[in-house]
Design a protein around this ligand. Structure first.
Ligand SMILES: *Cc1c(COP(=O)(O)O)cnc(C)c1O
Length: 428
C-alpha cells in the first residue's frame, strides 16, 4: 500500500495540492487507497487514479454556455460580466485602496469610485449606496424608514419575485407595518392620500416586474404620487427592480432609475445584475439626507458589498456596453447568420442540425411581455442531456421534440465552443 505521505510528495500530486489545496488532494488519496485495499486498483496506478478524480479547479462553480435564450437567467448566475468588470474584480481582489485615500494617507469613503460612477450615470440622484442585492436594499429602506411605522403599498404591488421570495413578507420581517391600499387591479391617488398619516414611514412603489394585469386596471404613476405627497412629505420609495439607468427603446414598460427620480421619487432601488448587466448588488439612489440615514443605520454594515463588487460595478457603469445590453441590442439577422455558420459546420459533420426562429426573453423577472426575436440551432432531442453534462456544459431547451440552442443569450465569442460541444456529443 503506497503511504499517504509518499503519494502527497509525488511531484504531480504536490502540484495539484498547490493549485487545489492539500485537503482536497488528501481526501482523493485516501479514497484511492481504499480502492487499492479492496483490490480494485493496482498500487502503481495510485497517482493516476488520484489525478483522475481531482476537480479541475478549487471552486466547484463551472462556466456554462447559456443557450436558453433567457438573457438574465437566475439559475445561471444572472448577468455575465463584461471583460472590464472581470479585470476590475481581479485587480481589486488582493489588497486595494477601497477605504484608503492614498493621497492623504487617511481613511477614505468606501467605494467612492463606484458611487461617483452611479451618480454620473443617474444625474437626478443626490447620493447613492450599494448593498448586497435589491432585496437587501428593500430590507434596509423598510427598516430605516418603516420600523415601528407604516409602509403604504398598493395591493397590486405585493409581488412574489421568484423562488418563494415575497416582497410583503420581507417588508413585514423588518418590523414595518404594511398599510395595503387599493385592490388587486386598481388603486387611486385618494387611496394613498387616505392611508398616509403621521405614523407613515414611507410610501413604497414596487414594479411588478414579472407579470402584468390587464383589463380594468389602474395604478398611480410616480409623478402623481410625488405631486400629492409634496416635497417635504412622506418619502416616496420606488423599487424598479431591473436596474435600467435610462429608458430603453426596446423595453418601453421597464421603469428606469433616472426617469423615476426625475418624476419625483425620493429614493429608487434596483438590482445590479439584471438589465444593468453588472455584479449582484442592490442600488439605492436619491435624496442625500435619506441616503445618509440609510448609511448610518446599523443594518447597513451587515448588507454592504465587498471590494470586488464595487470594482465590477464601477467598471460596468464606466466601461463598454455589458454583455446583457449587447445581447438585448443584437440584430436578429446577425443571430441567424451565426446560427447558419454553426449549422453549416455541424451539417458537414453529419449532425442533424437546422436554423430555426426562436423567441428569447429578458429573464430575471423582467419585461415578461417582451419576447425578443431570435435564432436557434435545432438538434435532435437526445442532445439536450449530454450537452448539459458535457465540458463546457451547454444549457438549451426542449421544444416540440427538438433541442434548441438560442444564440441571443450567448456572446458571439462562444459560438466556436458551442459548435465544438455539439460535435463532441455527436462523436460519441
Ligand atoms: C428582482 C427584483 C427584486 C429582487 O432583487 P435581487 O437583486 O434579486 O435581490 C426586488 N424587486 C423587484 C421589483 C425586482 O424585480
Amino acid at each position: 500500500m503506497p503511504r499517504t505521505d509518499t503519494l502527497l510528495a509525488d511531484e504531480r500530486l504536490a502540484a495539484a495540492g498547490a493549485r487545489l489545496g492539500r485537503g482536497l488532494v488528501k481526501d482523493a488519496v485516501q479514497a484511492v487507497q481504499q480502492r487499492i485495499r479492496s483490490g480494485e486498483l493496482a498500487p502503481p496506478d495510485a497517482v493516476d487514479a488520484v489525478l483522475s478524480v481531482l476537480p479541475a479547479t478549487a471552486s466547484s462553480l463551472r462556466p456554462v454556455l447559456n443557450a436558453t435564450g433567457v438573457l438574465v437567467h437566475t439559475n445561471l448566475g444572472r448577468s455575465p460580466l463584461s471583460e472590464v468588470a472581470v479585470e476590475a474584480m481581479v485587480a481589486a481582489a488582493g489588497t486595494t485602496d477601497v477605504e484608503l485615500d492614498l493621497l492623504s494617507g487617511r481613511r477614505g469613503p468606501r467605494g467612492a469610485g463606484a458611487i461617483d460612477a452611479l451618480l454620473a450615470a443617474v444625474p437626478a440622484a443626490g447620493a447613492a449606496i450599494v448593498v448586497n442585492n435589491c432585496a437587501a436594499a428593500l430590507a434596509l429602506v423598510a427598516t430605516a424608514l418603516g420600523q415601528d411605522r407604516e409602509l403604504v403599498i398598493a395591493r397590486g404591488e405585493l409581488v412574489e419575485i421568484g423562488d418563494g421570495f415575497r416582497i410583503p413578507e420581507l417588508l413585514a420581517a423588518t418590523g414595518a407595518r404594511l398599510r395595503e391600499v387599493g385592490t388587486t387591479n386598481r388603486v387611486t391617488l385618494e387611496d394613498y392620500r387616505d392611508a398616509v398619516h403621521d405614523e407613515t414611514g414611507a410610501v413604497l412603489k414596487v414594479h411588478p416586474s414579472n407579470f402584468v394585469v390587464r383589463g380594468f386596471t389602474r395604478s398611480v404613476p410616480v409623478h402623481e404620487l410625488a405631486g400629492a405627497l409634496g416635497p417635504d412629505g412622506v418619502p416616496l420609495v420606488a423599487d424598479v427592480g431591473s436596474g435600467l439607468l435610462r429608458p430603453h427603446p426596446l423595453l418601453p414598460d421597464e421603469p428606469d432609475l433616472q426617469s423615476t427620480l426625475a418624476a419625483g421619487a425620493d429614493l429608487v432601488l434596483a438590482s445590479g445584475d439584471k438589465l444593468l448587466g453588472g455584479p449582484q448588488a442592490g442600488l439605492v439612489l436619491g435624496r442625500a439626507d435619506l441616503v445618509a440615514r440609510l448609511r448610518r443605520h446599523p443594518l447597513y454594515r451587515a448588507l454592504r458589498v465587498d471590494k470586488t463588487t464595487l470594482a465590477a460595478l464601477e467598471a460596468t457603469l464606466r466601461g463598454p456596453l455589458p454583455p446583457v445590453q449587447q445581447m438585448l441590442a443584437a440584430d436578429v439577422e446577425t443571430l441567424r447568420e451565426r446560427a447558419r455558420a454553426i449549422v453549416a459546420r455541424l451539417g458537414a459533420a453529419g449532425v442533424d442540425a437546422s436554423v430555426v426562429d426562436a423567441e428569447a426573453r429578458v429573464g430575471g423577472g423582467g419585461a415578461p411581455e417582451h419576447p425578443l426575436p431570435s435564432a436557434a440551432v435545432s438538434l435532435p432531442a437526445s442532445f439536450a442531456e449530454p450537452l448539459r453534462q458535457g465540458e463546457p456544459p451547454v444549457v438549451g431547451y426542449l421544444d416540440d421534440g427538438r433541442t434548441l440552442l438560442d444564440l441571443r443569450s450567448l456572446p458571439p465569442s462562444s459560438d466556436e465552443a458551442l459548435a465544438a460541444a455539439v460535435l463532441a456529443v455527436a462523436a460519441r
